[in-house]
Write a protein that binds this ligand. Structure first.
Ligand SMILES: Nc1ncnc2c1ncn2[C@@H]1O[C@H](COP(=O)(O)OP(=O)(O)OP(=O)(O)O)[C@@H](O)[C@H]1O
Ligand SMILES: [Mg+2]
Length: 339
C-alpha cells in the first residue's frame, strides 16, 4: 500500500476503488488511488478527460451514485488535526452534515448549479438553513450580501435579489462560489470551475479563488486538465491516468523534473509561448475503455518506453525523494532511466 506523506492532512485517501456497473460491463473507473491533502494547501488533480478526477473528488464525500459503487478503500477527513472521521463508514444522513457544509463543491457549469426559480440570495441562505446555521431564509440574506461582496460581485445588495438568468456566466460562477463558502467550509473542491467560461473571466475566477484561499484559510482541491492552471494555482499536483495516480510532486518539482512518461507528454502538450506552434502537440492514442483496462501499467499501450514488464505487472508507487512519487517500471530499478 502506498505510504502517504502529509504533516497535517485534512484528507487522506487510501487505496480507493470505484466501479460503475453498466449494461456494457463493469467500468473500473478508479483503482488503487491514494493521496493526502495538506491543510491549507491547493492540491491539484490533473489528467485527460475520463481519467477519474471527478469520480475521485466525489468519492471524498461518498457522492457516488448508482450504478457506481465505492468498492474498497478509506477516506479520512480531519476537521482538526486530532480528530479523524472515517467518511466511507458514515451513513448518508451523517455525511450530508459534512457535504455542502465543511466540504463543498464548485462544479464546472454554474448554469446548472443554480436553480433558475430562486434568487441568488435565497439559494445562499438555503444552504445555511439546511445546515442549521439559520432558522429562516430571511436571517441569511445579510450574510449572503457579505458573501457576494467577498466574491467581488458589483452591487451585491441588488444582486442578492437577482435570479440566475439575470447574471452573466462569470457572475453566476461567483454566486456559486459564494454558496460554496456560505457555511465556512474547510475544504473546497473546485472541479473544472472555469471550463465553461471565457478566458478573461477564467483568469478573474482563479484570482478570486486565490484571494479567498488566503483570506478564509481554505484548503482547495482543484481539478483541471490545464497544466497552465496547475502551474499558477497549485502547491502540489497529482497526475491521473485511466483511474490511477501515476505521479505526484510539489508543482515546481513536477514541472522541472517530470518522471512519468505520461506527465512528460502532458507537459509537452502545454502551449509554449517561446516556441512558435501552429497547433498544440497532443498525446497519441486515447484513454482506454475502462471496462477492459490494459493489464499491467494502464499507460503502456501509449507509452514510448513500454517494456515487457509494463504489460504484465502494475508498477508500484515509488518515492524518489521525500515529496515526489511515481508509478512506473522505469523507476523500479528493473530498467535504466530514460534520457
Ligand atoms: N455514471 C457513470 N456511469 C458509468 N461510467 C462512469 C460514470 N461516471 C463516470 N464514469 C466513468 O468513470 C471514469 C472516470 O470519469 P471521471 O468523470 O472521473 O473523469 P474526469 O477525469 O473527471 O474527466 P473530465 O476531464 O472529462 O471531467 C470514466 O471512464 C467514466 O466513463
Ligand atoms: Mg470531470
Amino acid at each position: 500500500m502506498t505510504e502517504l506523506r502529509c504533516n497535517d492532512p485534512i484528507i487522506e485517501v487510501h487505496d480507493l476503488y470505484v466501479y460503475f456497473y453498466t449494461y456494457a460491463g463493469v467500468v473500473r473507473a478508479i483503482e488503487g488511488v491514494s493521496f493526502c491533502i495538506e491543510r491549507g494547501e491547493t492540491y491539484c488533480l490533473v489528467g485527460e478527460t475520463g481519467c477519474g478526477k471527478s469520480v475521485t473528488s466525489r468519492a471524498l464525500t461518498k457522492l457516488i451514485l448508482p450504478p457506481g459503487r465505492i468498492e474498497k478503500g478509506k477516506v479520512y477527513y480531519y476537521p482538526e488535526p486530532s480528530r479523524r472521521i472515517d467518511i466511507l463508514a458514515l451513513s448518508e444522513e451523517e455525511v450530508k452534515k459534512i457535504r455542502g457544509n465543511e466540504i463543498t463543491y464548485i462544479f464546472q457549469d454554474p448554469g446548472t448549479a443554480l436553480d433558475p426559480l430562486y434568487t441568488i440570495g435565497y439559494q445562499i441562505a438555503e444552504t445555511m438553513l439546511v445546515h442549521g446555521r439559520i432558522r429562516r431564509i430571511k436571517e441569511g440574506i445579510p450574510h449572503a450580501v457579505e458573501l457576494l461582496r467577498k466574491t467581488l460581485i458589483p452591487d451585491p445588495e441588488r444582486r442578492v435579489k437577482a435570479y440566475p438568468h439575470e447574471l452573466s456566466g462569470g457572475m453566476k460562477q461567483r454566486a456559486v462560489i459564494a454558496t460554496a463558502l456560505a457555511n465556512n467550509p474547510k475544504l473546497v473542491i473546485a472541479d473544472e470551475p472555469t471550463t465553461a467560461l471565457d478566458a478573461t473571466v477564467q483568469a478573474q475566477i482563479m484570482e478570486l479563488l486565490r484571494k479567498l484561499k488566503k483570506e478564509e484559510g481554505l484548503t482547495i482541491l482543484l481539478i483541471t486538465h490545464n497544466m497552465g492552471l496547475v502551474a499558477e494555482m497549485c502547491d502540489r499536483v497529482a497526475v491521473m491516468y485511466a483511474g490511477t495516480i501515476v505521479e505526484e510532486a510539489p508543482t515546481e518539482e513536477l514541472f522541472k523534473n517530470p518522471l512519468h512518461p505520461y506527465t512528460r507528454l502532458l507537459l509537452r502538450a502545454v502551449p509554449n509561448p517561446l516556441r512558435r506552434m501552429d497547433k498544440l502537440e497532443s498525446i497519441p492514442g486515447t484513454v482506454p475503455n475502462l471496462i477492459y483496462p490494459p493489464p499491467g501499467c494502464r499507460f503502456h499501450p501509449r507509452c514510448p518506453h513500454a517494456m515487457d514488464i509494463c504489460r504484465e505487472e502494475r508498477p508500484p508507487e515509488i518515492w524518489v525523494n521525500e515529496s515526489h512519487r511515481v508509478a512506473c517500471h522505469l523507476y523500479t530499478g528493473k530498467a535504466s532511466l530514460p534520457g
